[in-house]
Design a protein around this ligand. Structure first.
Ligand code: G3P
Ligand code: MG
Length: 246
């Protein structure tokens, strides 16, 4: 299998260093960098005006001082939100980052990113890929893994860019019986299972088939420890400092 020459890190900071800073913000990525992480996992989706932004939920209630869905919000409105104070006063005034702002920071810090194409309920996966993917491919071609739970989004990514140009990963909660078909359909680079639900036999089969395994989201290094022997390539964690110490 030929893919971009990706140097896979053993740990990837989930939504940035999300145990130490407000998730999916520039501050969370800086915190991950300062803790020694070289890669982050982030979520990208579109505002109602088509601006790609780094955000997890379909609305802003949990991670800002505002209310409302992203689908009915434009960039000017999104920039009025405080996306840091909910986490800690020290981060008050932190903004929802645009994809462009985030890519500029990742480039400056020479970090890699596992960007999750986050297709929330009722949103269009095709529009999201068309708006977000070209900019990511142009900015970080060899430090980029795109993942998604959404098969249409992954399929559209693959139409855009061959496996030689773009590494794609399939996200699974429980690994389904047809995991192999799903991976083959998009010429996947990696499989991203929810680690407590991954079975040893599945990990063995994924390895045999040549897929990298990136497990999410493990926060206790001692609980995860036995899994390294299963051939896990990377752990996606809210606690990069804890995993680095282990
Ligand atoms: O990419 C791993 C993980 O982020 C998937 O779930 O809900 O945390 O985006 P979620
Ligand atoms: Mg995610």
């Amino acid at each position: 299998m030929t893919h971009p020459a990706i140097q896979l890190p053993t740990l990837i900071a989930h939504r940035g260093y999300s145990a130490a800073a407000p998730e999916n913000t520039l501050a969370a990525v800086r915190a991950a960098y300062e803790a020694g992480a070289t890669w982050v996992e982030l979520d990208v989706q579109l505002l109602g005006d088509g601006t790609p932004v780094i955000w997890h939920d379909g609305d802003v209630a949990r991670c800002s001082n505002g209310r409302g869905g992203l689908a009915s919000m434009d960039w000017a409105k999104a920039q009025t939100l405080d996306a840091g104070g909910w986490f800690d006063d020290r981060f008050a005034g932190e903004k929802m980052p645009s994809l462009s702002e985030m890519l500029a920071l990742l480039n400056e810090l020479e970090m890699g990113v596992n960007m999750e194409i986050k297709v929330n309920k009722g949103r269009d996966p095709i529009a999201l890929v068309e708006r977000a993917l070209p900019e990511m491919l142009d900015t970080l071609p060899e430090r980029l893994i795109i993942s998604s739970f959404n098969a249409a989004a992954l399929g559209h990514c693959r139409q855009f860019a061959s496996k030689e140009r773009l590494a794609l990963g399939v996200l699974f909660g429980s690994v389904p019986k047809n995991w192999r078909e799903q991976c083959e359909a998009i010429e996947a680079f990696s499989v991203h299972p929810h680690w407590p639900r991954l079975k040893r036999a599945q990990a063995d089969a994924m390895q045999r088939d040549g897929y990298q395994i990136l497990c999410y989201t493990a926060n206790d290094p001692s609980a995860f420890h036995s899994r390294w022997a299963w051939g896990i390539g990377s752990v996606i964690t809210d606690e990069p400092a804890a995993f680095k110490r282990f």
